[in-house]
Design a binder for this molecule. Structure first.
Ligand code: SF4
Ligand code: SF4
Length: 470
């Protein structure tokens, strides 16, 4: 027996105890330092001579902290990733109803082009109907327990008829098939009204994610209208009007010029009458497109070149359907600071450890562009050459080649014995592709995982929600 390569530990100074986590089994234990020492000695033939030790060893084995060999760990990892890939319990579809947007965000491709909306793709009702056909075929082929639809863009609320048509069609389709149905909307919040929420609620609306990029001044600088006017007050007003009617998550992006305004944003949100209605609050480092921007922006790790997104809203790409690139090397400390402040105010938030594997690694997660092209994840939309199929089921050899490439992804194979592989799988593949030119090279944000682990350990120890092993 030996210690698993997926074991992580954090010393809980205040208690003289150790938090143990195994990322493959997701087991989490708070143990005495004696038990942690026993784990370290587990390959020693003399270990386990008394009853207490044998009991502790059995518990560690049962929870995956002790394994037969490193080969056993590797086999279990392969099996786990293959199960993630083929998991048919959920069919997950992100639909880009339009690439048009009413904002001119500082960090977004669209913000650079005044005429962008005139040529940006927009899904027609006819294509929406074919999207419905394709998803119904997938429901019958995959037979999932649930369908999760996410409407995204551009700004999805600029194409309400298509969103309503698809949501209505699939609500009916899932009722007929006895499949659970969840609908999410990722929006800039400007056009979010009680009418939109009331129309979508009976169609399975699960939640709306709205982006705020700092306190009022900062947000208005980062996310103005195309005419330059601020948007913060109107978004807050809209959140207030719909709060309580559906789950509202607030997300946002920060860079070094804006991050220090996030505590003020969090304090502001905490004071609002809708604060207790926010289902999640989570902020992440901004996705930049050049290593060093002409705008004097710090060299954040880019997740994609501008062209590669070609109109897909940068708000959620990179965190998107998955959450693996919710972090960035340069801003790890700042991410920690924002996360801790969010927790201190009592907002529900991501723990920053359970991040992946993201949708790009899942066979039954798809993104559909406005023209009906299929993609492995939102990070590749707009790159037609990397489309993995089409809702018409047309057979284009280049799409089949792209699908094959995504099916064979393995960036984690370059990650050695990293204990975070089961929750990271090598980082954001869209970032690997754009930054490194190779989808199978990892983009590593290990410091962010490490700081999130420390935070998670202390939170769990505080709540004493985990089993205690003496
Ligand atoms: S590869 Fe990157 S952009 Fe695509 S789902 Fe994963 S984390 Fe998101
Ligand atoms: S990318 Fe980094 S953190 Fe992720 S699995 Fe690889 S080495 Fe670990």
């Amino acid at each position: 027996m030996q210690s698993s390569m997926f074991n992580l530990r954090v010393t809980l100074d205040e208690r003289g105890e150790i938090f143990l986590m195994n990322t493959l089994t997701d087991a989490q234990l708070v143990v005495s330092s004696d038990v942690a020492a026993l784990l370290d000695r587990s390959s020693d033939a003399m270990v386990g001579n008394d009853e207490d030790e044998l009991e502790a060893l059995a518990l560690l084995h049962e929870n995956g902290f002790l394994v037969e060999s490193r080969d056993a760990d590797r086999r279990a990892l392969d099996q786990y990733l293959s199960e993630v890939k083929s998991d048919a319990t959920e069919l997950n579809v992100t639909i880009l109803t339009t690439l048009q947007c009413n904002f001119a965000c500082d960090y977004c491709f669209q913000g650079d082009h005044a005429d962008y909306n005139q040529r940006a793709d927009r899904m027609s009702l006819e294509t929406a109907s074919r999207v419905g056909d394709w998803i119904e075929r997938e429901l019958d082929r995959v037979r999932p327990e649930k369908l999760v639809l996410t409407f995204f863009g551009g700004e999805p609320l600029l194409n309400l008829p298509v969103m309503y048509a698809i949501a209505e069609r699939l609500w009916k389709a899932t009722r007929e098939r006895g499949v659970a149905h969840y609908v999410n909307i990722i929006t800039n919040g400007l056009l979010l009204t009680p009418d939109v929420v009331d129309r979508m609620s009976p169609l399975g609306l699960n939640g709306v994610k709205i982006t705020l990029d700092g306190d009022r001044n900062t947000h208005d600088r980062m996310r103005p209208l195309r005419g330059g006017q601020g948007t913060f007050d109107r978004i807050i007003d809209n959140i207030r009007k719909v709060a309580g009617r559906c789950r509202i998550a607030v997300g946002g992006n920060f860079d070094e010029s804006s991050v220090d305004s996030f505590p003020a944003l969090l304090d502001f949100l905490h004071e609002q009458d809708f604060a207790d209605k926010l289902s999640k609050v989570f902020f992440k480092p901004i996705v930049r497109t050049e290593p060093v921007s002409a705008k004097g922006i710090i060299p954040l790790t880019p997740i994609a070149a501008k062209d590669s997104f070609n109109g897909t809203c940068m708000t959620s790409v990179g965190s998107g359907a998955g959450r693996a690139c919710d972090s960035c090397n340069v801003l790890d400390d700042k991410l920690s600071m924002v996360r801790e402040h969010t927790k201190r105010l009592g907002f529900p938030t991501h723990d920053g450890v359970h991040n992946g594997p993201c949708h790009v690694h899942k066979q039954h997660a798809h993104t559909i562009g406005p023209d009906g092209s299929l993609y492995a994840c939102p990070g590749f939309t707009g790159q037609l050459a990397l489309s993995t199929g089409h809702i018409d089921d047309r057979k284009d050899s280049w799409r089949e080649t792209a699908l094959e490439r995504f099916n064979r992804l393995h960036p984690w194979k370059e990650c050695g014995d990293c204990a975070f592989i089961p929750v990271c799988a090598g980082g954001c593949v869209a970032a690997s592709y754009s930054q490194l030119g190779d989808m199978n090279l990892p983009t590593c944000h290990k410091p962010s995982f490490e700081s999130a682990l420390v935070s998670l350990a202390h939170e769990i120890a505080r709540n004493e929600a985990t089993p205690q092993v003496a």
